[in-house]
Every structure is written in C-alpha cells, then in structure tokens.
Design a protein around this ligand. Structure first.
Ligand code: COA
Ligand code: AMP
Length: 631
C-alpha cells in the first residue's frame, strides 16, 4: 500500500492498539532488558512509556553499529564553510571519541543522573559530548551559542550541572564569538558553580584556561580511559532542553531514554524514508530540538550518516552552499527551516546556483520550525523537482506531530498545511469550552493524552508547572499553544501561537522575556513586545515603550539602550533591532495590553477594535507610530 492508503492503514493500526503498535516499534532498539509493557498510565504525570525497559541510548546510536560490522561507515560528516574544513568520522572513530569523553567526564565526577551543560558551536565535539553524557546515563543540557551569558546563567542555575563542555569560540560570518568570557560571566552570575569546564581549543581563537576548573577538552580525552555504556531505565532522563516559556523563566523540557530512542528510530524510516547507510542532513543547530533529534540522535540510532554543518544558507560563501553540500556528500533527505529556504530564494530566485549542482541523490526536502508560506514550498518544489514536506513540531515532542510520510508513501501535499497527524498523535481542534471545533474552523490545537513516546513526560523538577502549562487548559489533552484547523480531508493547518512565543528565523523566543528586559530600563514605565511579520525571518520582535514622566533622555538614545540590553541579556539570536516610543499602549478596561491588536496594526492586517478596549483613540495614535514597521 502506498500514498494515502498506506498512511491511512498505518494510522488506523496505531489507533486500534497503540501499545502493540509501539511495542513493534520498540523492536528497532537494542534493549538491556526488553520492556514487558509499552505504557504505564499510573506512572508519572500522565503515564510513562516502556516502564520496565532498560537500555543505553549511546549504545544504540554508536556501539551497536560497530558491533554489527559497520565501524568503517561514516557516522558524522562535519562540513564547515566557516573554517574551510571537512572531516569524516566513522562509527569506529566515533565510538573511540565518545568513550574517551565519557571517561574524561567520569574522571571529573560525572555519573548517572548528573547534569552536564553543553555550550558549543557546530563542531563534532558537540555531538560527541551529548553522546558521552548518554553513555554515562548523565543528563545533558545543550544551550544554543547565540544566547547571552545571562540566559546561560539561568540554565546553569536551574540544571545545576557538575560540568560544562564548551569551546573557546564560535564563528559567525565576519565575527568570532568568544565563549570563554560568556562562560565565566554565566558561572559568575549563577548561584550554582560547576566543578569542571572542558574547553575545545579552536585554532581560530584559543582561550586561557582557569586553573583548578578548566581543562583542554582534547587533552582530557587523550588522557582518558574509554568508559563503557551504563544501563539506565527507559524512563530515566536523557536530556533537558530549555525552551522559551510564557514567562521569562525558560522551561526545562525533559526527554527520557526509552521512548525517545523508539520514536526517533522509528521516525527515520516512517517519516523520512531513510535507513542504515543513507546520508541525512538536518541543517539546523545542536542547540535546538531539531539538532538534538535529527543531527544527532535519530540518524545515528538508524545507522545513517549525519551531516553536521557549520555555516549559513547564504553568505558562506553563497546561496549555493546547501546544494553543494547535498551534492558533495550525497545527501538523500535534507531537513531545514523555511527561513533558510527563503534566504536562498531571495539571493538566487531563479535557482542559477542550484542548477550548478548534481542533486540526483536528493530525494526530498523537509521543512519545520515555523509556519511555512506556500510560496516557499512551491518555489523549492519547482526548482528541485522533488517532494517538499512541511511538518509541524515542537521542542516538547522531539519529533513531528504532523507531516507526510515517505516510509508510508507520500500523499499529495497542500502547501500551507503541516500535513496529517503522525501515527502516535490524535490531534484535535478545541474551543474554549473544550468542545470539538468543526472541520475547517480555527481553534486550539490539542493532542489527546497520552502523548507518544519521545514527547516530554514532564518539565525538569517542575511537575506542577508542566500540568499548569500544558494539561490544564483542556483536561485530557496536551495543549500545543498553537491555533489552527483541520480540514475535511484531515490536513492540519497551524496558523499561530496562542501565547507570547514568536518564531524568529525558526528560533523560538518569548516576547515576555524581552518585555522583562525592556521594563528594567530606568526610563521605561511600561512596554509590549510583539512579533511583526518579516518576509525573511517570518517574524521579528518590535518593542513599544511608554516612558516615565519627565524623562529627559532622547527617544533615539533610549531605543538604542533597549536594543543593546536585549542583545546583552538574551542574546543576538533574539534579533531585537527596533524599539519605538508611544504615549500610551492600547489596553482592555481591566488593564490587559492588547498585543494581538498591536501585531495586526503593525502587520497592516484588518482587525476589529476589541469592544473591551479602554480608549479607542489609542489605536490611531499607536497606528501612526507603527506605520512601516512591517517588512
Ligand atoms: N552563536 C552566536 N551568535 C549567533 C548564533 C550562534 N550560534 N547564531 C546566530 N547568531 C547571531 C547572528 O550572528 C546574528 O547576529 P547579528 O545581529 O550580529 O547579525 C543574530 O544572532 C541573528 O541571527 P540569525 O537569526 O541567524 O540571522 P542572520 O541574519 O545572521 O541569518 C538566516 C539569517 C536566514 C541565514 C538565518 O537565520 C538562518 O540560517 N536561519 C535558519 C534557522 C534554523 O536553521 N533554525 C533551526 C530550526 S529548524
Ligand atoms: P520549537 O519548539 O522551537 O520547535 O517551536 C515550536 C513552534 O514552532 C510550534 O509550536 C509552532 O508554533 C511552530 N512550528 C514549528 N513547525 C511548524 C510548522 N511546520 N508549521 C507551523 N508552525 C510550526
């Protein structure tokens, strides 16, 4: 069976008996103790997958491929236009390097359940550090390199790591990002102080080591005794990935070992249609969930070759780089964010650079991370002549909620829709009273509990926050905080977030966190940050501030301060470049700022003035200030 029939049959088989379906998927994993049950509804907040199974994720991602005689196969191809280097790491090499780093961490007191922060650019050692933690049963927490010291400090304070693995620098076009001062500042700010910091010295900008705390990563690995895999419970944590929440405090999304390994291994064949030996490339960053799942874990669990790319879609050196990488390494499936394709499309609209490359091995392009405009799908489909699949997911789930499934046979795509629910997900659209919304009408997208394997079982050390944030709005369901609809043929259309999260170039950011920064300026009385439509990045943040009475400082200077403060406290990745002063902010009579209305004004969209507005005259005032904000 192929196409819609293949998908329908598989989704129906999962629905008939989810536990048997997942038990079959679990056979793709090598267990130390095979689980006797797929799911225990009484365990944890809403149940736990594979409650009595034991395994090691690193063993499944590395050792077992070497044991099966595939040690000479490439596991990781590091392609770095930033440094001009390309390095191939075989599974046998990877096993040696991961075992040594695990040994080096163990020698510094890291053991099962201990946390390790990984703050790394896109170098192989980032993946090696993650796998080394998994090998020890330690819990890694990767922090994206574009976050500032204060954000890193929040994560150190919450995760309380025994060690940090980092590099001397990251490389951005035209600028070297020195990590050591950021690490020192973050450790200084955090009440918790990790005992050890292992630093990869990059030749582009080596750093001084702090005696008694820091060690050279490669020297520590060379000195270490390789550490064997530690058997852990399927329900033990593999990693914490902090993501923006609705308040400034980031949420520690927790991932377990067993469910994660089963779902990710299964997804490689079912969703992407790739298997052992195939070259798979997720052009993302290890700091994001896509990087965790599809640069590191899933391709390695499936025995693929994964491409780890240190560069940008444009400017390193040009908009043909993605296609050069696909040709040079024989990439079969490419996964990236719509922003990356929009950036390429802008510089190479007719595909002149694309056509210079032999893309005969490339079979499909998958997109996720933000809503994809139909034009980007049709443009890439036309030029590539291959299927382009938009699929919807979240840091919380770790793999796709909806999509189109090469392993089941693709059904026709509908540009603008994220496809149909993956087997494992019962996706519904609900209204505020928890009632099903008819097909074609917009409501809140929710998933009937339990969530499938790999989705978060809870938040790190915060069961109550997990219940409150995700399970309370719609009892019996996981609230995705996305609004959208399901059409009559079952395609899911994800339209917008229902909270204060915005997606800037596929990066998930909280406007609430930015508002906290703006509000701390001594001249600001109140503020709002909204995501304004941007033709390249999807959305960019725009700050609106009301100044305190009697402020003498020039508005332009205050705006400059605010931009610098967000860059300094959250990081350059927030792409906060604009703040405007307004006399008042539109509010409801109860004092709630009308952010959705502000966004529509800035975007030039039609809107209805909410009947609850305090003073309708403000709309015109703010409109005059916002004119031209949209790109
Ligand atoms: N370390 C330090 N700084 C970083 C960084 C990192 N890892 N990643 C980004 N930054 C900085 C950039 O240098 C930039 O700084 P600047 O303000 O000094 O120019 C800022 O953060 C914003 O970065 P970005 O949003 O990446 O914008 P850009 O203009 O540099 O590049 C694109 C535009 C489209 C090329 C880029 O956004 C992109 O590749 N997007 C795809 C995103 C993606 O893969 N997302 C993953 C989800 S699947
Ligand atoms: P992140 O956790 O960074 O992966 O961001 C998750 C959010 O990005 C989702 O809640 C959506 O708002 C948005 N998102 C991700 N993929 C898609 C998609 N394919 N279509 C629409 N929105 C998406």
């Amino acid at each position: 069976m192929t196409g819609a029939a293949g998908y329908d049959a598989t989704h129906a088989a999962w629905r008939r008996d989810p536990e048997a379906w997942w038990a079959a998927a679990a056979r793709g994993i090598t267990w130390d103790t095979l689980p006797t049950r797929s799911f225990d509804a009484g365990m944890g907040v809403y149940g736990r997958w594979f409650p009595d199974g034991r395994l090691n994720t690193c063993f499944n991602a590395v050792d077992r491929h070497v044991a099966a005689g595939r040690g000479a196969q490439a596991a990781i191809i590091w392609d770095s236009p930033m440094t001009g280097r390309i390095e191939t790491i075989t599974y046998a090499d990877l096993l040696d390097r991961v075992g040594r780093l695990a040994g080096a961490l163990a020698a510094r007191g890291v053991g099962q359940g201990d946390r390790v922060i990984v703050y790394m650019p896109m170098v192989p050692e980032a993946a090696i550090a993650m796998l080394a933690c998994a090998r020890l049963g330690a819990v890694h927490s990767v922090v994206f390199g574009g976050f500032a010291a204060a954000e890193l400090a929040t994560r150190i304070a919450d995760a309380k790591p025994k060690a940090i693995v980092t590099a001397s620098c990251g490389l951005e076009p035209g600028r070297i990002v020195k990590y050591k001062p950021l690490i020192d500042a973050a450790i200084g700010l955090s009440p918790h102080k990790p005992g050890a910091v292992l630093i990869l010295q990059r030749p582009e900008c080596p750093c001084d080591l702090t005696p008694g705390r820091d060690a050279d990563l490669l020297a520590a690995m060379a000195d270490a005794t390789p550490h064997p895999c530690v058997s852990v419970a399927a329900t033990d944590p593999l990693y914490i990935l902090y993501t923006s929440g609705t308040t400034g405090a980031p949420k520690g999304i927790l991932r377990d070992n067993g469910g994660h390994a089963v779902a990710l291994h299964q997804s490689m064949s079912m969703v992407y249609g790739v298997g052992p030996g195939d070259v798979y490339w997720a052009a993302s960053d290890v700091g994001w969930v896509v990087g965790h799942s599809y640069i590191v874990y899933a391709p390695l669990l499936a025995g693929c070759t994964t491409v780890l790319f240190e560069g940008k879609p444009v400017g390193t050196p040009d908009a043909g780089t993605f296609w050069r990488v696909c040709e040079q390494h024989g990439v079969k499936v490419l996964f990236t964010a719509p922003t990356a394709i929009r950036a390429i499309k802008k510089e190479d609209p007719e595909g002149v650079l694309l056509k210079r490359h032999d893309l005969s091995k490339l079979e499909a392009l998958y997109l996720a991370g933000e809503r994809c405009d139909p034009d980007t799908v049709t443009w890439s489909e036309r030029l590539l002549g291959k299927p382009v699949v938009d699929h919807w997911w979240q840091t919380e789930t770790g793999w796709t909620i909806t999509g189109n499934f090469r392993g089941l046979g693709l059904f026709p795509t509908r540009p603008g829709s994220g496809g149909k629910p993956a087997p494992g997900y019962d996706v519904v659209v609900l209204d505020e009273a928890n009632r099903d919304v008819p097909a074609g009408q917009i409501g809140s997208l929710a998933v009937r509990l339990p969530l499938p394997p790999s989705a978060l079982p809870t938040l790190f050390n915060a069961d109550d926050r997990f219940r409150e944030a995700y399970l309370t709005a719609f009892p019996g369901y996981y609230s995705t905080a996305d609004a959208g609809m399901i059409d009559e043929d079952g395609y899911v259309w994800v339209m917008s977030r229902t909270d204060d999260i915005i997606n800037v170039a596929g990066h998930r950011l909280s406007t609430g966190a930015m508002e906290e920064v703006l509000a701390s300026h001594p001249d600001v009385a109140e503020c709002a940050v909204v995501g304004v439509r941007d033709t390249l990045k999807g959305q960019v943040p725009l700050g609106l501030v009301v100044l305190k009475h009697g402020v003498a400082k020039a508005e332009a200077d205050i705006a400059r301060d605010l931009v610098a403060m967000v860059r300094d406290r959250i990081g350059p990745v927030a792409a906060f470049k604009e703040a405007r002063v307004v006399a008042r902010l539109p509010k409801t009579r109860s004092g709630k700022i009308l952010r959705a209305t502000l966004r529509k004004i800035a975007d030039g969209d039609d809107f209805v003035v909410p009947p609850t507005i305090d003073d309708p005259a403000i709309i015109e005032e703010v409109g005059a200030v916002l004119k031209g904000a949209m790109r």
